[in-house]
Design a protein around this ligand. Sequence first.
Ligand code: PLP
Length: 400
Amino acid sequence: MAFKPANNIQDLQYFGEFGGINPSISDATTFTFMSAKTMSDTFEGNSDGCHLYARHTTPSNLYLGEALAAMEATKTANVFGSGMGAITAVLMQLCGAGDHVVSSRTIYGGTYAFLKNFTPKLNIQTSFVDITKLAVVEAAITPHTKVLYCESVSNPLLEVADIEGLSELAKKHNLQLVVDNTFSPLSISPKTLGADIVIHSLTKFINGSSDTVGGVVCGTQEMIDRLRSVIDGAGMLFGSTMDSRVSASILKNLRTLHIRIKQHSANALYLAERFEKDGLKTVYPGLESHPSHLIFKQMMHSEYGFGGMMTIDAGSLEKANALMELMQKENLGYLAVSLGFHKTLFSAPGSSTSSEIPEDEQKEMGLGEGLIRFSIGLDNDIERTYQKMKACMKTVGILS
Ligand code: PLP
């Protein structure tokens, strides 16, 4: 039977110790052992089912990790205190001095800054490439390359990675293909397409209420054990730990992800189709005009659509700012970074979430200063939203 990510989440059952229909939240940072021998075995990573210390594992964190692994079709997963906590831990686990990364040039600004500015201090170099051109990606691989890094749908330009094609390259050159799937949970399952490691910022769609920060790494048992190792595990040693109260909260929100993603996607497609017809430069993977529309279609679980992220080009930063301020005034959404909220969120990435990327590089990758990134909300009446947004666009002179 075809892989159904939301079914896999739904089929998991957890109970509290008194039969509660939600698992109890682990209210402890340390755990007792019946014997000293079990404690030392646990330190050596040899004692299944035992918890040591909350920076290592907690029952609540394991429940959430198990649910996310089920969603991503990986053997297991480890949750982190943030998306960046997950990303930095994976990259530092896989790379050491002298190693090289080939990364998409359009990725979240924080990840870009980490690879561009931080890892060179450790003598880890990165080549940033157009990830949609497999020949260009392959040409950037050197004998020192360890990791091929991309986002399934990139922040903020919404470029789509051909994960199967990249996976073939990764296998051919013995690299780990690491995919950040934050923009397309449920719609795309990178592991089933050949990714080795799948990462999410849980702060976004997966939690969906913009009230907690979190991240996850989904992968093989071996990789997750490496991250958790008390000897040299980046997950354990960097300390980007998720609090059990946060993981319990995210687990509850995860259960409605399938419903939310369908609505985010339907609303985004509705707006993107209309804005494009109105003559606005609109980028949305669900539009036939998107250069990777067919690749997304081949990869996707169609019931979840093309996701909730779209961009329009307002032509200039002044117009973009005027439009965003007016839309906020009209209660159409919030001028805010981040994504995956019930309200529409919008920002101009060139001067916010991607401002870490130097201006000349922004230009080269097609990130214009008038670009507005939208995370489309769960609006019940999207036609009304469209009419009100169009009126705002006319007021600020983006549409005539
Ligand atoms: N990955 C993507 C695609 C993102 O958009 C973000 C944040 O915006 C992150 C990772 C980082 O996640 P966090 O803010 O949870 O550290």
